[in-house]
Design a protein. Structure first.
Length: 159
């Protein structure tokens, strides 16, 4: 299996929905399921690069409800579920019991790996077939240089 340069390399993220949040997670903090042992690294997301998306409540009040995106997840089962429903999460920075999973985290795959038969090498770089064709066409268009003065002379004077 090979990754296409434009499709990107394959990577996995887990979206975690939490409740009873008492400590706000921070970027690069490792969250660990207290009973499952599943782990993941808090990564920023959204337009303002937040470590979490607060939906309701407050961390100070211990009733925060929200979402966290985790990179480098471990412990997802074969169905793509991470952790267990109502599991307590511990944080490497925030300490024990910083939040509780509302339900299992959802594993998401990004990027694509293709069988070699679906790939083409163009300028010593591997692309999926549609992206290889795209690169070849865009490079060919770059080679065509049009001089605007040539167009003026061919068009002639306007009436």
């Amino acid at each position: 299996m090979v990754s296409c340069r434009l499709c990107g390399t394959e990577y996995t993220r887990v979206l975690v929905v939490f409740e009873s949040g008492s400590v706000a997670p921070v970027e690069d903090e490792v969250l660990t399921g207290a009973s499952s042992g599943a782990t993941g690294v808090v990564t920023v997301f959204g337009a303002d690069d937040r470590a979490y998306n607060l939906l309701s409540g407050t961390f100070a009040g211990g009733d925060a409800v929200g979402e966290v995106l985790l990179s480098s997840p471990t412990g997802a089962n074969t169905s793509g579920w991470w952790g267990t429903k109502a599991e307590v999460l511990n944080g490497s920075v925030g300490g024990a019991n910083i939040m509780t999973l509302t339900w299992e985290g959802i594993e998401q795959k990004f990027g694509i790996k293709y069988p070699l038969s679906w790939m083409e090498q163009y300028n010593d770089v591997w692309y999926c077939r549609p992206h290889a064709a795209f690169k070849q066409k865009t490079d060919a268009l770059k080679e065509i240089e049009v001089d605007p003065t040539d167009l003026e002379s061919e068009r002639g004077e306007l009436p």
